[in-house]
Design a protein around this ligand. Structure first.
Ligand SMILES: *Cc1c(COP(=O)(O)O)cnc(C)c1O
Length: 426
């Protein structure tokens, strides 16, 4: 069976393939670069596991208190080795990225301290963690104040705002690597390194924390290689490799990570407890697969950008931009196109391909939201998925893809869905 007839039988017409082929040809050198980066990261991961002396016995979990859990220790040493940090906390008890960030912050801040965001407005869910939007249990309720150093209009760090934002109360400076769902560009590790130099030139002793969500494995180095004291992220994204069913990590200095550990468990207990149940094999194997899974997702994002640009839509980032995360925004200025896009992605899913996404109300949103997700791990944005609020400018956020062929299939299926509804002409 030819590839074309296979695609045809899976709902992608020859017309869509013909439309995509020259674009794929142009992207080939980009994809080679991404593969080269994945190769480097793959060796870094294997090296980190070898150095941590991960053995077969590490794949067995513990129950109850989880004392003497060599698998947990091996995994945390693996992360510390990969990120070149003294220490790491990697736990299924950390429920998501927001929890990991909240933990890192609340564990290292004391009443009277100040938190500075050097990268402007932080990720949505952090607003309640910090107390920018009043919320039960926020840092603000505990007497931690907050400042924001606005970015330049082009989304780059504003040196003057950062300098002015640091004072004698500043305890943590937070930098968000990925743009998340904002329109600013994602920071490269090199750019983060320059911001860290600025921060250190004002005060050497502040803790610099990087929200590393969506950024892991997209570059040869990580923010901890350019001076960050803590890097924090979610295992339902890149470092879980699509296999970790839950979890988060904090890698950093011993001081910062120990503080987080006693906050997660209890003073006096710290890292010594915490059952790993049956999740260690997926956590290890997910981390092992992370570099190639991330590469697949990045290629899918670039393909989506290139195809939708060719169709005349706005994309962010552009297909030619360098990538430091896995998120792709496409702006349709048309609600029907947004919905069709999601329906195409859903139709390509291995799980729940038979359901049809429609816009609906969602808690926390003031407009209807449409989403496509047919994932092995619920809510995983490492897997092929798309979502967006149904309002001007009708932007869809697309991300993930555990394998490159699947990411490609999803993107092609989305183009097909728009063509079938007469929303584009190929
Ligand atoms: C996803 C994300 C978070 C929050 O992670 P959750 O797992 O969704 O709680 C925080 N910061 C950034 C930049 C993210 O992309």
């Amino acid at each position: 069976m030819s590839l074309e007839s296979q695609y045809e039988s899976m709902g992608v017409s020859g017309k869509v393939l013909d439309f995509a082929e020259p674009v794929l040809e142009i992207l080939r050198p980009r994809f080679d670069e991404i593969d080269r980066n994945a190769e480097i990261c793959q060796m870094k991961v294997v090296g980190a596991m070898q150095k941590a002396h991960v053995g077969e016995a590490c794949l067995t979990g513990t129950t109850g208190y989880g004392y003497d859990d060599i698998g947990r220790e091996g995994l945390e040493n693996t992360y510390a080795n990969y990120f070149h940090t003294q220490c790491a906390l990697v736990r299924p008890q950390i429920t998501c990225g927001t929890h990991a960030l909240a933990l890192a912050l609340s564990a290292n801040l004391r009443p009277g301290d100040e938190l500075l965001s050097a990268s402007g407005k932080p990720y949505d869910t952090l607003e309640e963690v910090i107390g920018i939007r009043p919320s039960r249990g926020s840092l603000s309720e505990y007497g931690v104040s907050y400042r924001e150093a606005a970015l330049n209009p082009d989304g780059s760090f504003n040196e003057e705002n950062i300098r002015r934002g640091i004072n004698e109360k500043t305890k943590i400076v937070e930098i968000q690597r990925s743009r998340g769902y904002l329109t600013r560009p994602t920071f490269s590790v090199e750019q983060i390194g320059k911001a860290i130099e600025i921060i250190r030139s004002v005060r050497k002793d502040v803790i610099i924390m990087v929200d590393n969500c969506y950024g892991e494995f997209t570059e040869e180095i990580e923010p901890s290689d350019v001076g960050a004291d803590m890097v924090v992220g979610s295992l339902i994204k890149n470092p879980g490799g699509g296999l970790a069913p839950t979890g988060g990590y904090i890698a950093g200095t011993e001081e910062c990570v120990e503080n987080a550990a006693v906050r997660l468990t209890a003073p006096g207990l710290g890292k010594e407890v915490g059952a790993t149940l049956n999740v260690l094999p997926q956590m290890y194997q997910g981390f092992f697969l992370g570099p190639t899974v991330t590469a697949s997702a990045v290629k899918g994002a670039i393909l989506a950008a290139a195809l939708y640009e060719k169709l005349g839509f706005e994309t962010n980032p552009k297909s030619t931009d360098r990538r430091y995360d896995t998120v792709q925004a496409v702006t349709f200025h048309n609600p029907d196109a947004m919905v069709a896009f999601c329906q195409g992605i859903q139709a390509a899913a291995p799980i729940d391909s038979f359901v049809t996404p429609y816009p609906d109300d969602m808690p926390g949103y003031d407009s209807k939201v449409v989403m496509a997700a047919g994932a092995f791990v619920s809510g995983s944005t490492m897997e092929l998925s798309a979502d967006g609020p149904i309002r001007e400018p009708y932007t869809i956020y697309f991300q993930g893809g555990l394998t490159w062929p699947h990411a490609k299939y999803g993107v092609l299926r989305s183009v097909q869905a728009l063509a079938d509804k007469g929303l584009i002409t190929l």
